[in-house]
Design a protein around this ligand. Sequence first.
Ligand SMILES: N[C@@H](CCC(=O)N[C@@H](CS)C(=O)NCC(=O)O)C(=O)O
Length: 228
Amino acid sequence: MTDPPYTLIGTAFSTFTRTIALGLQYKKLKYSQIATKPQTRIAQEAHPFAYLPTLIIHEIDGKKVNVKLRESQAIVRFIDRVAPEPSLHVQVGSDAVMPEKMWEFVSFAASYGFPMIEHTVVKPRVKALDEGVLSEAEVQDQIKAGVVELERYLAVAESLMAPDGFVFGEQLTWADFFLFPLLADLRAVPEWRLVSDRLKRWAAQMDTLDAVKATAEGTLSVGARPLD
Ligand SMILES: N[C@@H](CCC(=O)N[C@@H](CS)C(=O)NCC(=O)O)C(=O)O
């Protein structure tokens, strides 16, 4: 059996890594995954800042290359180029004002959603849960300011979404794949109660996708913690 043409460097626990895994799965591109945490020796060798993910492209046009491609938004452009179909883009003539609004949503999720969900609420919640030292009241007090940030991001995200269906309505796009890992993590902590019905319906619709099912293992959403 031949080795897969791509290697995804990053633990399934990493939300950006899951976004790339969702795209590879959805487009049926074969890959193997090295489940490392950030800042490990493997992450250092793959990424100049030892962040996740990196996609190693072993071959281009039948030629061995082993190119390391970093930054999730660069990686999705590569995935789109080698596998344009099934499309993860807003179709012209859809309700979105213009196709570039999809990239706006992606960038908001990556630049603001990630810190305003993960750093503020999810990570401190999981730490408190694992350590078991603080009381529920103390945890709530600790993340009070974070919850304000979380609610601010969720309100913005929802204001940019179609009223039903995926982020941009009927067509699944990269916007869904950037937002989903963040909300899947949020669903694992009590602050999920702050999420609107619209976003809960959206998350339930995402759960039905094969790509979502195939990338759940090793994530916070199934109670996992990162491996070394
Ligand atoms: N700009 C990067 C951000 C990736 C990112 O923040 N990854 C997280 C894991 S989900 C990370 O590696 N953090 C580094 C750390 O925690 O030291 C991208 O889009 O790929």
